[in-house]
Design a protein around this ligand. Structure first.
Ligand code: 3PG
Length: 306
């Protein structure tokens, strides 16, 4: 009997775990749970005899893979897979997948929750601003970015995107305006919502030059990854430009320093963009189905390592 480990430091909603079990049990597989684990040692012990692993932002590095002697597949129930060492997985013959699009609406909705929160001065009762009529820059127009665009229409925002990968047909069908560079996007937009993955190219790329070029009362919303922000530069900029606000779903490494910008900085206590029952169900069940299809049919759709 194949064994799937669901290793989630930040647990799925119980209903999603039940859904995962249902899919797995129907295929004759067993599911074991490791939730809210305290340290890596717990993860190393739990992976010892499993054939497949479902994770969220949990880190799967070479050490974990070496401890997971039987493991053939790791599915990141979510979009970003920067928490998995892909090269180490390939070396060990482990297939790595993600579940693109399954949690993107949840993340996009939170981006708007944070935009409204920031524009209404963190709900402190003072007079704030409205999103309607403002220029929204969507930096990277993947699954989350597109959902942000869809919701922004309801708010009556003027929508601009920067993304080199999105086909023009999609841009045209969605009725958003494409700009040719990140520089152009930041320079013209009142609000920028970040949706770039953390890659060697994007890490530390959002700093003083881009954010500093934004118009007065600029708002930067980050529901992507903390690593894409050049934190020292953003701190320096926010000290100089007291009109800039930064809200994020991923606490910065320099949380204490950012927290000094009272009323202009906010970070959720725990990354919670994808933390809805719906997103957990979608991503968790998709992950379970992908694992069953991998073992039963050799299906490698959504594989992200070579
Ligand atoms: C993702 O990459 O899918 C999101 O960042 C959500 O991450 P999480 O599953 O850790 O909440």
């Amino acid at each position: 009997m194949k064994k799937i480990l669901v290793a989630t430091e930040k647990p799925f909603a119980a209903v999603a775990v039940n859904g995962i079990k249902e899919v797995a049990e129907k295929a004759g597989y067993e599911v074991v749970l490791l939730e809210k684990y305290a340290d890596k040692a717990a993860l190393l012990a739990a992976v010892a005899d499993v054939d497949a692993i479902i994770i969220r932002s949990d880190v799967i590095d070479a050490e974990v893979m070496d401890a997971a002697k039987q493991c053939k597949i790791v599915v990141r129930a979510g979009a970003g897979f920067d928490n998995v060492d892909l090269a180490a997985a390939t070396e060990r013959g482990i297939c790595v997948m993600n579940t693109p699009g399954q949690n993107s609406n949840a993340v996009a909705e939170l981006a708007f929750g944070m935009m409204v929160y920031a524009y209404r001065n963190m709900y402190n009762g003072t007079s704030g601003m409205e999103l309607k009529g403002k220029k929204l820059g969507i930096h990277a127009y993947g699954n989350v970015g597109r959902n942000v665009g869809r919701i922004a229409k309801g708010f009556g925002m003027d929508i601009y995107i920067y993304d080199i990968f999105t086909p023009q047909e999609i841009v045209d069908a969605d009725g958003v305006k494409r700009v040719d560079s990140a520089e152009e996007l930041y320079k013209m937009c009142d609000v920028v919502s970040l949706h770039v993955p953390a890659t060697p190219e994007t890490k530390n790329s959002i700093g003083k030059a881009l954010v500093g070029s934004m118009p007065k009362k600029a708002l930067l919303v980050n529901t992507a990854r903390k690593e894409v922000i050049n934190e020292p530069e953003l701190i320096e900029l926010m000290a100089e430009r007291t009109d800039i606000k930064y809200v994020t779903d991923i606490a910065p490494a320099a949380l204490e320093e950012f927290s000094k910008f009272e009323g202009r900085f906010f970070a959720t206590p725990k990354k919670m963009g994808a933390q809805t029952a719906e997103a957990n169900i979608n991503a968790g069940i998709a992950a379970a189905k992908q694992i069953v299809a991998f073992f039963e049919e050799g299906c490698e759709r959504f594989r992200v390592n070579k």
